[in-house]
Design a protein around this ligand. Structure first.
Ligand code: TYC
Length: 108
């Protein structure tokens, strides 16, 4: 019979296993939203949604119209770092094209 050298077999220390499990938290998700304004052309918002949020034309148009009517709309859920990068990229792109489009992130 072979000797058990594993650290995991025959482990009766369940307290340790339970407490180590509790420490593992899911990373927070962040919403990235676009805000409505009176000046940004609708086509530009559709372009932003396709370029930065991987939406197809139909989805992008739907989201843009939702923002236009309700004041803001969800572009996607991301980790903190990805959400922050999306916001920075969209804001830089809007400024470069002289549009006042605002993009923000919110903790879920
Ligand atoms: N309200 C804009 C217009 O009428 C269109 C628009 C939609 C602007 C969505 C921003 O996030 C936005 N030209």
């Amino acid at each position: 019979m072979s000797k058990n050298t594993s650290n995991f077999k025959n482990n009766t220390n369940t307290d340790e296993l339970v407490s180590s499990k509790k420490k593992v938290k899911k990373p927070s998700k962040y919403k990235v939203v676009l805000l409505n304004d009176d000046y940004t052309p609708m086509e530009f918002v559709v372009e932003v949604l396709t370029m930065f949020f991987s939406k197809n034309e139909e989805e992008a148009m739907k989201i843009m119209l939702h923002i236009h009517q309700k004041g803001l709309g969800l572009c996607g859920f991301y980790s903190f770092d990805v959400a922050e990068t999306k916001v920075t990229q969209v804001m830089a792109y809007s400024i470069r094209h002289n549009h006042p489009l605002q993009c923000k992130m919110e903790k879920d």
